[in-house]
Design a protein around this ligand. Structure first.
Ligand code: BEZ
Length: 211
């Protein structure tokens, strides 16, 4: 069955380019992003793994660990890492799971047979420090992901975990946010000392509270 928001992210032990990892233990108190790519030595995947590696410091700042997976072997990932560094200008900066037996791919329903019988699609699972799934994304093999968008949703997830707010369309870190409807105006006055604007009774905005 597909993994849904709020589910505990399935735990597993797997071989990776950084040795054997047990997922929950490896995550510790961090946020985590588990993301699959279809195949090593393919063009779009090479650009993605290079771009995520180049932005490692941005994920570190957000207390977030990255881990990639495909159904290739760890040996193949190690060989491919050389090409990633050579062509993308960034050395691989996080582990890649060797999932030849599809343990992780099956646990996370990353193989979508109507797209491809054997290869993982481009799945993204963002997991909170409580090990629960906070966000899922699925892209086809033909469409590379956007690192800025992953960082943007991570900012929203981390902000909304701590404050009774939601982030509006196209929000990016630093923009005004929405006060969730369950918060009364009286409570909002206490929770959001910078004040708030009422556009409609259900649509109230306030400066980002953690800035
Ligand atoms: C790619 O990464 O370029 C790719 C991988 C599998 C199928 C199509 C494209």
């Amino acid at each position: 069955m597909a993994i849904r928001l709020g589910d505990v992210a399935p735990d597993f032990t797997a071989d990776t380019t950084d040795g054997t990892i047990t997922f929950h233990e490896w995550l510790g108190d961090s946020w985590g992003i588990l993301f699959s790519h279809p195949k090593d030595f393919t063009p779009v995947c090479t650009t993605e793994l290079g771009a995520f590696s180049a932005r490692k410091a941005d994920f570190d700042k957000r207390n977030t660990k990255l881990i990639a997976v495909s159904v290739d072997s760890v040996a193949s990932h190690h060989d491919w890492a050389g090409d990633i560094e050579e062509t993308q200008g960034a050395a691989l900066a996080f582990p890649i799971i060797g999932d030849e037996n599809r343990q992780v791919a099956d646990l996370y329903d990353m193989i979508h047979p109507n797209a491809n019988d054997t290869l993982t699609v481009r799945s993204v699972f963002i997991v909170g420090p409580d090990k629960k799934v906070k966000l899922t994304l699925t892209y086809p093999a033909s469409t590379g992901r956007n690192v800025d968008e992953i960082l943007r949703v991570l900012d929203s997830l981390q902000l909304t975990a701590d404050y009774k707010v939601a982030t509006p369309v196209n929000w990016t870190d630093g923009n005004d946010v929405i006060i969730v409807p369950a918060v009364s105006d009286d409570e909002a006055k206490e929770r959001f000392p910078k004040g708030f604007t009422t556009i409609k009774p259900y649509l109230r905005t306030t400066p980002q509270p953690n800035k």
